[in-house]
Design a protein around this ligand. Sequence first.
Ligand SMILES: *Cc1c(COP(=O)(O)O)cnc(C)c1O
Length: 410
Amino acid sequence: MTPPSDPAALDAADPLAEHRDAFVRDPAVLYLCGNSLGPLPVATRDRMASMVGVEWGQSLVRGWNSHDWIGLPHRVGDIIAGLVGAEAGEVIVADSTSANLYKLAVAAMQARPDRKVVLSEPGDFPTDLYMLEGAVRTLGGDRRLELRDADAIEAALTEDVAVLVLCHVHYKTAAVRDMARLTKAAHAVGALVIWDLSHSAGVIEVDLNGCGADLAVGCGYKYLNGGPGAPGFLFVARRHQEALVSPLSGWMGHAAPFAFVDDYRPAPGVARFACGTPPILSLSALEGGVALSAAAGAPAIAAKARALGDLFIDRIGALAGDALELISPAEAQARGGHVAFRHPDAYAIVQALMARGVVGDFRDPDVMRFGLSPLPLSYAEVARAADLLVEVVTSRAYVDPAYQVRAKVT
Ligand SMILES: *Cc1c(COP(=O)(O)O)cnc(C)c1O
């Protein structure tokens, strides 16, 4: 019998194998950074050409109707909804993840006006904490942001908590937070929860409605392969849609944006969380990315993500407990779509890998992350990348001074 860690056998049995051809690939590169910027789908490259040449170039302003640009934020939102356990009409694509978090955090606090605390986790993705600081500052009074380690979150849920904000998958360690359990615990004290799905949408199972989730935000350019700076998305559970109001009350969230009246009236449904004119070129690129995920199906994608992670960790073998400290959960069910290690020379190791065609990423001060995006990657590629990592570490190739020079964006 073939061992489960034989990459050729895994590729031969991979139900998603054909989806790899949907991406533009460079045979000289092993791209393990799809958790930061997903690769380019072939269809998106072609779509961009026609978006610019035909839809913009020829249709001009008529495109808002003739190509239904105006419906694009909802159309793409509905596809994303299917990937994260939401219903059509509960997700809209708009703005950035940062801006969406701000809108939902302020709206949630305003829906719990007697409660002073926004609760979150220290060490989580910086923009989330910065935006929450800003949201608290906007509303003022004695509102405050309180940060508690993951294992102390439940104990910190008191009647003074208006909203709990957590990342479903941690951006460094890939640890998965228990969405069902933490949502239930927050609801037990009357708090709302905002989940950040940036590192889970499009890679592991997300069941927002199954978990009774209230609100969520997520990123379009990571596992959803929407392209650099793709707009983010937000989810508002149907039961909350009429009660919550966006603090960024732009005309695209107005009940009648083209009536051009002076007073703001929020649109019904999730549409009220739109703000300004949607970025149509970026949105149509994102549509191509999410369409691929929808065609592959969230369960198959999640299963492959777990298997790729297991293979990668297995292949690193004994080195993971020795020179490299595995900071991601070893157990696949508890892990998102990337695998992270700590090493004092993490930066130089990532550079040495880059010189060998492996694109991973480094996070200050000593973490290296390897994104194992299920659609574009094969098991053989992931095994090869793991072997190169082992080689670089055991041979100490990273000691070369050329690998120590820091780039501006790492
Ligand atoms: C990637 C990511 C973001 C990105 O926010 P932008 O507004 O798109 O820059 C936000 N939060 C988390 C947790 C992320 O991983």
